[in-house]
Design a protein around this ligand. Structure first.
Ligand code: FES
Ligand code: FES
Length: 153
């Protein structure tokens, strides 16, 4: 079985898995980082979103061979103590209901705010267009992104 090296939450990791193994399963099953969730496995729900070199990607659609040599950030690596501005805004806005989709939402929000400090409603809608929340938290997600950006709700 081939061996792949990647950086996960700042730590160099080596994994022995098939080339086409989705990054999602490497994170969850090989590395035990279960914060990243499996929703659809088809790239349409966003629950598996992580950062790859700072960009939000769907880990279910990212084979390990493409992630090798790159830096992955998962929700566990966003902060040690929940102090990332997005995490704080999520708590302040009480965004989560069941919570299942939320790690992916939070990672997309963090990536969005990195590339655009003060996103418009259209920017937010665009960034979250392929996220599905069965609990319908979309309005609170929008408020939390704005709060994290330091703008009006
Ligand atoms: S599990 Fe990856 S997009 Fe749904
Ligand atoms: S909070 Fe339940 S699916 Fe989004």
């Amino acid at each position: 079985m081939p061996s792949y090296q990647l950086t996960v939450n700042g730590r160099v990791r080596t994994v022995d898995v098939d080339a086409d193994t989705p990054l999602l399963w490497v994170l969850r099953d090989t590395l035990g980082l279960t914060g990243t969730k499996f929703g659809c496995g088809q790239g349409v729900c966003g629950s598996c979103t992580v950062h790859l070199d700072g960009q939000a990607v769907k880990s279910c659609q990212t084979p390990i061979k493409d992630a090798a040599g790159h830096a992955v950030l998962t929700v566990e690596g966003l902060s040690k103590d929940g102090s990332h501005p997005v995490q704080k805004a999520w708590i302040a806005e009480d965004v989560a209901q069941c919570g299942y989709c939320q790690p992916g939402m939070i990672m997309t929000a963090a990536a969005l705010l990195k590339r655009k400090a003060h996103p418009t409603d259209a920017d937010i809608d665009d960034a979250f267009a392929d996220h599905v929340c069965r609990c319908g938290t979309y309005p609170r997600v929008r408020s939390a992104v704005k709060r994290a950006a330091g703008g009006a709700k």
